[in-house]
Design a protein around this ligand. Structure first.
Ligand code: G6Q
Length: 545
């Protein structure tokens, strides 16, 4: 069954949230903390080894109660049930949304169109295991009898960003295989990567759910030609694997049947790293680590599915995001992990969040008259402190930030880790407290500046503070905690989509891009240019001249 269509702005909660916003927008977080010493306890959640502190948000208990009421009024409970039970909630593509089935326990039953998909999921997992173990151990060899040293993942968007992010995130757990990513159709990238490779010892994994994506097929074809300069056609069977729903096209490409990994149309590209799309992850860190990551996600699924909404991390974080997006008119959200391993995490979530919730038509087909999807951006701390944090501290825009940090580092260098985490805590504290004119005055007085100098400098050194942050403090970056962290944001996306009354699992904007280039490519290849607007015409002529 499809999700219900309820306009969130028609709910009682929405109207009361508006009032709550008007009454509370003048509050300063500093005062809220002074008024309630237990605020950090009331507004935090402990789940397994995750501590989520959301007390540094511009909310009162009443705000949170109203946000939770909003979730009830749009019947989030019903939506969650449909999300997990294989209903075709991706209505515009007429598909179920079952990436959670990919990490479900073997004993689970997940029905898609009346059929339990779990046995098939586990069959593919077994294939990922045997294949990756044979490559890692050197049992499976290249066409000249040498073990593999390099793996190239050829895919784009959802068939690239997830595996790339996770392999960076789990670098500590990596084995000897060097993993490369070719996504962009930019030939300079392909040729740069190929220069580093020896065809005798390289495995190519072509990942494309549809196996029709121009970028991926172009890159795969270029690579195949390069490979065949040294190897024979029959050697393709040892060196190429493919992940796709389109088995016919894979066969046409010449991939051996035993190297074909199926995918399902009930898994969206941006949620597919848990499937065989994550084959390069299993190759990089070993199947057991890949599977542990899945089990971390499964635990988060369980939490999301069963925890009461006021104790439910994805629900609470989604509601807070809606609070700023729809009441404070904040347009962007930053995600700042204090771990260099998570350097691609924000870019990965950028796709997940912006592709899913970047919609302006509601589930009844009407244009919405309220804001939906937030703009996501971010880079790891502490580097970002030395770059764009200035704007978060003193700019004119309100930017809620998620700070993600770990209690223990992986290499165990306590001195470094304490310095890293001192910055982590200091930033959220400073963003909240700011610096008052009185404090700045005292500071400048201490520097023995004249009264005139103090008055001149003072306005520039004041920090308003009151900048909202969530702190997600996790024990350590492990395959398990990473799996749970990714799943947390996946469910946050779902909750926001439900409340905004939009369809989160289609991506017509991406599909548009897949077709647009075709016409112009003809203009570039042919001598004649078809009719275009004046600007495009002039640019095409300049390009061809
Ligand atoms: C993801 C999107 C998109 C997709 C790529 C690659 O949710 O649909 O990013 O993953 O366009 O598509 P293929 O895997 O079909 O090549």
């Amino acid at each position: 069954m499809a999700l219900q269509s309820i306009d969130p702005t028609s709910t009682k909660a929405w109207k009361n949230l508006r009032k709550n916003y008007e009454n509370s927008k003048g509050n300063h977080l500093r005062d809220l903390f002074a008024a309630d010493p237990n605020r950090a306890i009331a507004f935090s959640l402990q789940w397994n080894d995750f501590l989520v502190d959301f007390s540094k948000n511009r909310i009162t208990k009443e705000t949170l109660a109203l946000l939770l009421q909003l979730a009830d009024e749009v019947d989030l409970k019903d939506a969650v049930q449909k999300y997990f039970s294989g209903d075709r909630i991706n209505v515009t593509e007429n598909r179920a949304v079952q990436h959670t089935a990919l990490r479900a326990k073997k004993t689970a039953t997940v029905l898609v169109d009346g059929e339990n998909v779990i046995p098939e999921v586990y069959e593919v997992k077994e294939h990922i295991k045997t294949f990756s173990e044979a490559i890692i151990s050197g049992k499976k060899k290249g066409y000249t009898g040498k073990p593999f040293t390099d793996v190239v993942n050829i895919g784009i968007g959802g068939s690239d960003l997830g595996p790339e992010m996770v392999i960076k995130a789990l670098q500590f757990y990596k084995n000897h295989l060097k993993i490369h990513f070719i996504s962009n159709v930019d030939g300079d990238l392909v040729h740069e990567v190929l220069q580093e490779l020896n065809p005798e010892t390289t495995l190519f994994v072509i990942v494309s759910k549809t196996f029709t994506t121009q970028e991926t097929l172009t890159n795969a074809t270029t690579i195949k030609k390069w490979f065949l300069k040294q190897a024979q056609h029959k050697d393709i069977a040892d060196h190429f694997a493919a992940v796709s729903t389109n088995t016919k096209k894979i066969a046409e490409f010449g991939i051996a049947a035993e190297n074909v990994f199926p995918m399902w149309d009930w898994v969206g590209g941006r949620f597919s790293l848990w499937s065989a799309v994550g084959l390069s992850i299993a190759l990089a860190v070993g199947y057991d680590n890949f599977d542990t990551m899945l089990s971390g996600a499964q635990q988060m699924d369980e939490h999301f599915r069963t925890a009461e909404f006021d104790k439910n991390i994805p629900v609470v974080l989604a509601l807070l995001s809606i609070w700023y997006n729809n009441f404070y008119n904040a347009e962007t959200e930053a995600i700042i992990p204090y771990s260099q391993y998570l350097s691609r995490f924000s870019a990965y979530l950028q796709q997940g969040i912006m592709e899913s919730n970047g919609k302006s038509v509601d589930r009844s087909g009407q244009r919405v008259d309220y804001q939906t999807g937030t703009i996501i951006w971010g880079e790891p701390g502490t580097n970002s402190q030395h770059a764009f944090f200035q704007l978060i501290h003193q700019g004119t825009k309100l930017i809620p930030v998620d700070f993600i940090g770990f209690k223990k580092s992986l290499h165990g260098d306590v001195e470094h880790h304490n310095k890293l985490m001192a910055n982590f805590f200091a930033q959220t504290e400073a963003l909240m407290n700011g610096k008052t004119p009185e404090e700045v005055y005292k500071e400048l007085e201490g520097l023995k500046l004249s009264e005139e100098q103090i008055q001149k400098l003072l306005p520039f050194k004041v920090f308003e503070g009151n900048k909202p942050t969530n702190t997600i403090l996790i024990e350590q970056l492990t395959p398990k905690s990473l799996g749970a962290l990714i799943a947390l944001y996946e469910h946050k996306i779902f909750v926001q989509g439900v409340i905004w009354n939009i369809f989160s699992y289609d991506q017509w904007g991406v599909e548009l891009g897949k077709h647009l280039a075709g016409t112009i490519l003809k203009d570039l290849q042919n001598s004649e240019i078809a009719d275009h607007d004046g600007s495009t015409m002039r640019l095409l002529q300049a390009f061809k001249s």
